[in-house]
Design a protein around this ligand. Structure first.
Ligand code: IPD
Ligand code: CA
Ligand code: CA
Length: 255
């Protein structure tokens, strides 16, 4: 099953790369900097169609075109066709397709593919996490030497002040900060030990459905603000990290 999902992600990634040559029809959704292109919609339709042949009885949840509603079912696919749309529009070349499969409400398979670097992150529940076939693991770096990425929650002005307040506190301790524009890749980078912690004050299930499994199977922790486990029914403030950096972050910023 994972192999088939990876193949669909690869084909979606190819569509993203081929779009590079074409004009992007950009539409604004609600809130500042909230864009969608025809490619987000085309890729979602393509992926949805392919996945529905893989598990015909599965429900589908995706960011675009009114598919953004969670449903209870034994199998649910949760898809972000392009995570990092602003990067995609600007040819910043740091975006991915994210496909998560839930079984009985729990993450079962996660695939995140960045076509620009040909990097395939994958995990299956209980089987560890892999990047292009090699096992990955979180770092054991504490906050003091941490490389921390964060999301600025651009469509939610109510969160700007708090976001940068936390970022300033963390910056005073950590090695440095990054804001890369794809929450799914941010979480996979923590899983691979490329960074040590990621936080954002409101992200959606399609941002973390696949990447949260890739993180936890790599030894990492992802929690909502207040220390709760995530589910896939709502948007959440999340911190994703190695266990040591997570504990120190939680104490520092009262997360
Ligand atoms: C966004 C990216 C971004 C994060 C936003 C997400 P999109 O997803 O993951 O890094 O800060 O909260 O909505 O719109 O590019 O799919
Ligand atoms: Ca997204
Ligand atoms: Ca998206």
């Amino acid at each position: 099953m994972t192999e088939e999902i990876k193949q669909i992600a690869r084909e979606a990634g190819k569509m993203m790369l081929e779009a590079g040559e074409k004009t992007r029809l950009i539409t604004c959704k609600s809130g500042k900097g909230n864009f969608v292109t025809q490619f987000d919609v085309e890729i979602q339709n393509y992926v949805k169609n392919k996945l529905s042949r893989l598990i015909p009885q599965a429900e589908f949840m995706g960011e675009e075109a009114g598919a953004d509603v969670y449903s209870e079912n034994e199998f649910v696919f949760i898809v972000d066709p392009i995570d990092g749309t602003t990067n995609f529009i600007r040819d910043y070349r740091h975006s991915c397709v994210s496909i998560g499969l839930l079984k009985d409400g729990k993450p079962y398979i996660g695939v995140v593919y960045n076509p620009y670097l040909n990097e395939m992150f994958e995990a299956k529940q209980g089987c560890g996490s892999y990047l292009n076939g090699s096992p990955i693991h979180v770092s054991d770096e504490g906050l003091d030497n941490a490389l921390v990425s964060f999301g600025t929650a651009p469509y939610y002005p109510d969160l700007t002040e708090k976001t940068f307040e936390i970022a300033a506190k963390v910056f005073a301790h950590a090695a440095d900060l990054r804001r890369c524009g794809s929450a799914a890749l941010d979480i996979c980078y923590v899983a691979a030990g490329r960074t040590d912690l990621f936080f954002e004050l409101r992200i959606s299930p399609w941002d973390f459905a696949a990447s949260s499994l890739i993180l936890t199977e790599a030894g990492g922790v992802i929690k909502t603000r207040g220390g709760h486990d995530i589910d896939f029914k709502s948007k959440y403030a999340v911190a994703a990290a190695n266990p040591k950096a997570f504990d120190e972050f939680k104490k520092l910023v009262d997360f």
